[in-house]
Ligand binder design. Structure first.
Ligand SMILES: *Cc1c(COP(=O)(O)O)cnc(C)c1O
Length: 439
């Protein structure tokens, strides 16, 4: 065992050497040092604001749906560890990956039959895009190589995904002119329950028609735009996209990396619309937050198109593709989700968030409050600057909750196992954060 290091020493080394997400080097904000986690709680190595344990309102970027240190997932990891942590996937295969692929085919929308396992969400989006471009190349339409999406989206931080993130509000604005130029539609009108706006549907259709000759695919996050602004839209727009893509010969990709595995109240957000995309990405909650894993699923049409082309292979093969540990835990996580009454569980979280956030709408500085499935959002009237952001985070910590507000949003995507008392704690912390950001 290595010599123990004091929290102060660790944080000092962290500041000097460790690059954190979306931050400068060295970092300006001191991260919280987590010593361990179990259930829905993060245990800190030393108390911060007098608080030693935080209820995790973020589920580790929306992935830890069953909470931490879950006995079933721990057991699956230990069991697989005893067999093999990893073997290469080229020329070799193994039961956890085969089981996982079959299970994903079974539970995702009808018609998705083939599974490419990737090592992160962004890579699965790269693969999805490569599939679409290669499909058209293979069937003799190489000019179809652009993508269309609507504004306000987020699809990851590698190159192709960045090109379909929101071009203005997104984090990748400085790369305009360097990234591939994609086609952007307006943001879909807000509201999960709202009737689809006929004018907007027509504008989508017209844009797809106008660019049909050069479009390989339309790619969107179905029902919820997540890191682009935590906005909900009508499933009707997904049906409209399906119809327009079919009419004009364009593939449709759903990025379900954030919405998959029950987060919006349906197992997959596509299920709200009853639509099957040509390609679908899953990730984040796939392993219950234990290990990094994602997948791009596609229809036989896409797979056959590629496999009968001039270069009849999909030239992609991450070193850790189909990792046995990750796929074994993913199997356990999906089985755990489906063996319980997950719909009632997510509805309970939804009800708790609605109740707890109801009064937020009355707070000064709050523009709107919205809840869908296990997603709760307070949108402020103006974006948080660094000082107000820090004040909001501190207020949440003092309430015993880990939140990570961004832009004008104070939101939660908690583990589904969060009990009613902890949900109340999370919503109270969101109110406190909103309040603190105004003072
Ligand atoms: C998080 C996310 C990604 C990127 O996944 P990584 O695993 O972080 O690479 C892509 N699309 C959506 C919708 C996401 O929420």
């Amino acid at each position: 065992m290595p010599e123990p290091m004091s929290p102060a020493h660790l944080l000092d080394l962290d500041q000097r050497h460790v690059w954190h997400p979306y931050g400068p080097m060295p970092g300006r904000q001191r991260p919280l040092l987590v010593e361990s986690a179990s259930g829905v709680r993060l245990r800190l190595a030393e108390p911060v604001e007098g608080v030693g344990e935080l209820v995790d309102g973020m589920a580790s970027w929306w992935s830890a749906i069953h909470g931490y240190n879950h006995p079933v997932l721990d057991e699956a990891a230990r069991d697989q560890l005893g067999r093999m942590s990893h073997v290469m996937f080229g020329g070799l295969t193994h039961e956890p990956a085969i089981r996982l692929a079959s299970k994903l085919v079974e539970i995702t929308p009808e018609g998705l039959e083939h599974v490419f396992l990737a090592d992160s969400g962004s890579v699965s989006v790269e693969v999805a895009i490569k599939m679409c471009l290669q499909y058209w190349r293979s069937v003799g339409k190489p000019a179809k190589q652009r993508l269309l999406t609507w504004r306000g989206g987020y699809h990851g931080d590698t190159w192709q995904p960045m090109s379909v993130c929101d071009p203005v509000g997104g984090m990748h604005q400085i790369w305009q002119g360097v990234l591939p130029q994609q086609v952007f539609a307006d943001q879909p009108p807000a509201g999960f329950d709202a009737e689809p706006d006929a004018g907007y549907v027509e504008s989508l259709r017209a844009l797809i028609a106008q660019h049909a000759e050069e479009l390989a695919a339309v790619i969107v996050e179905p029902v919820v735009q997540n890191a682009g602004g935590m906005r909900f839209h009508s499933p009707g727009y997904l049906r409209a996209l399906r119809a327009a893509c079919d009419e004009y010969g364009v593939l449709l990709v759903f990025d379900e990396i954030a919405t998959g595995f029950g987060r919006t109240g349906a197992l997959f957000a596509a299920d709200h619309a009853g639509v099957t995309p040509d390609v679908m990405c899953v990730g984040k909650a796939l392993t219950g937050g234990y290990l990094t894993l994602a997948a791009a699923l596609c229809t036989p049409r896409v797979a056959e198109g590629i496999s009968q082309g001039e270069v009849p292979v999909l030239a992609h093969g991450p070193t850790f593709m189909g990792n046995p540990l990750a796929t074994a835990v993913a199997n356990a996580s999906i089985d755990l989700l489906l063996s319980g009454d997950w719909q009632t569980g997510v509805k309970r979280v939804e009800a708790g968030l609605r109740e707890g956030l109801a009064e937020a709408a009355e707070l000064p500085g709050v523009a709107s409050v919205r809840v869908l499935g296990a997603i709760g959002v307070i949108q402020l009237e103006r974006p948080l600057d660094e000082a107000r952001m820090a004040a909001a985070s501190r207020a949440a910590i003092r309430s015993g909750v880990w939140l990570r507000p961004f832009r004008d949003l104070i939101y939660t995507m908690p583990p589904y196992v969060t009990d009613d008392a902890d949900l109340a704690r999370i919503t109270a912390a969101m109110l406190a954060a909103a309040h603190a950001s105004e003072n």
